[in-house]
Design a protein around this ligand. Structure first.
Ligand code: DWN
Length: 393
């Protein structure tokens, strides 16, 4: 399979490696390089980081950390119950149970390789397997729970390296009328918004509908519906059925999305090369903003120590010189330092009155954050973003 590299973002740390000290010994770095697969149109990282280095019992991210996501999962659970009336559901990547908890009245099973998270849902009486999703695990779950009406996976399949096995295992675990729902960041939106921070160790892939259609061909699964979502800066919710299931019709949304991607040039290498050029320009302009504000002796902090922001900070070499500290609501991040750039992370308790600027690490929650930070904005405080282009908001 022909792979062509189109962007080298340099050396990057493990994004989940929130450090206990700002002088770590032997911090792990890998080369973050992006690849376009000519045949399948898949976009992926060149080097995959070993999964156990990323997903372990010290996983920091909590899917329920924002009101936006809590509401999105609640609404989706309601929609699934109403539309499909499932008697069983499996979630791959169940995190802290923000979604699967709504299905306690039916056979609900979680798969979550990060043990600290799996323990949370086990305590909620949701049977959770603290294992990586594989064909072997699919068979193990099958022998106890049978096949599932719905398999749901948000922000997880893009993290799994062996896609062939992943989709075959999903097909194996679905009832003949079963539905698999995948939700992941949209490649089209990432290209349009120049959000190159969607690429980091965990995001082995950023999917287009075109690539998903191509790579699932051999697994016995077929895309039958696509919904565009605003979450995580622009995501796709993709519905799959078994190829043999002729009772479910293929919605027009599939054709529409494939055409939209084609028209944007997503089937051409040149589009990715143009994206790469724009990313280099974006870095230049973001650094300029920080340098200017530093010269003016402004007090700059970071808002939301996201995994995404690790790519921006390490790629642009924005460290303690520019950002004094990050504020983040996640308890397990507080008191730690950002990977690679070693910026302190403090527990969020409102933005202190001496702060002039805040870099929006969690730009994907801009609306929620702007609503919450009216006081900061009204007293002249400003946010800095790099999406879709570096600017002060
Ligand atoms: O795919 C992934 C996504 C879903 O979650 C994972 N690979 C890892 C993680 O990535 P991320 O860190 O880029 O995700 P979020 O959801 O954009 O992270 C938001 C962060 O910002 C959290 O740490 C919480 C924090 N936050 C905050 O401090 N104040 C968020 C909001 C809305 C706030 O008001």
């Amino acid at each position: 399979m022909k792979k062509i590299s189109f962007l080298n973002l340099g050396k990057h740390p493990i994004t989940n490696n929130f450090l206990k000290t700002n002088k770590p010994k032997n911090e792990f770095f890998y080369n973050l390089k992006l690849i376009y697969h000519k045949e399948t149109k898949l976009v992926s990282l060149d080097n995959f980081v070993p999964p156990k280095k990323m997903f372990n019992d010290k996983y920091a991210h909590r899917a329920s950390a924002s009101i936006t996501m809590q509401e999105a999962y609640k609404n989706l659970a309601y929609k699934i119950k109403k539309k499909f009336k499932p008697k069983s559901i499996l979630e791959i990547g169940s995190n802290d149970g923000v979604f699967i908890k709504y299905f306690s009245n039916i056979n609900n099973v979680g798969v979550e390789p990060c043990k600290n998270l799996a323990d949370l849902t086990s305590k909620m009486k949701i049977e959770t397997y603290d294992k990586f999703w594989t064909f072997q695990l699919s068979n193990k779950i099958l022998s106890k729970h049978g096949k599932f009406d719905i398999i749901y996976s948000a922000n997880t399949i893009s993290h799994i390296h062996n896609l062939n096995e992943t989709f075959k295992a999903i097909e194996n675990s679905l009832n003949s009328n079963g539905i698999f729902i995948l939700e992941d960041p949209s490649l089209l939106k990432s290209l349009q918004k120049l959000s190159y921070d969607q690429f980091y160790d965990e995001h082995a892939y950023v999917f287009s509908i075109t690539a998903l259609k191509n790579i699932t061909k051999q697994s016995g699964l077929e895309v039958f519906n696509v919904e565009e979502l605003k979450t995580h800066g622009g995501s796709n919710r993709v519905y799959f059925k078994k190829v043999n299931n002729k009772t479910i019709k293929i919605s027009n949304t599939v054709k529409k999305h494939l055409l939209k991607e084609k028209n944007f040039g997503m089937n051409k290498l040149q589009t990715y090369q143009i994206f790469a050029k724009k990313v280099l320009k974006s870095r230049k302009n973001l650094i300029k903003i920080f340098q200017k504000l530093k010269k003016e002796k402004k007090n700059i902090i970071g808002y939301g120590a996201t995994y995404k922001s690790s790519t921006v900070l390490n790629f642009c070499k924005i460290d303690k010189k520019f950002i004094k500290y990050f504020l983040d609501t996640t308890p397990t991040k507080a008191g730690k330092f950002t990977p690679g750039t070693h910026i302190p992370i403090k527990k969020y308790n409102g933005i202190p009155s001496n702060v002039d600027y805040a870099f929006l690490g969690a730009w994907n929650f801009k609306d929620e954050i702007f609503k919450k930070e009216k006081k900061f904005i009204n007293r002249g405080g400003r946010f800095i973003t790099h999406v879709p282009s570096p600017k002060i908001l």
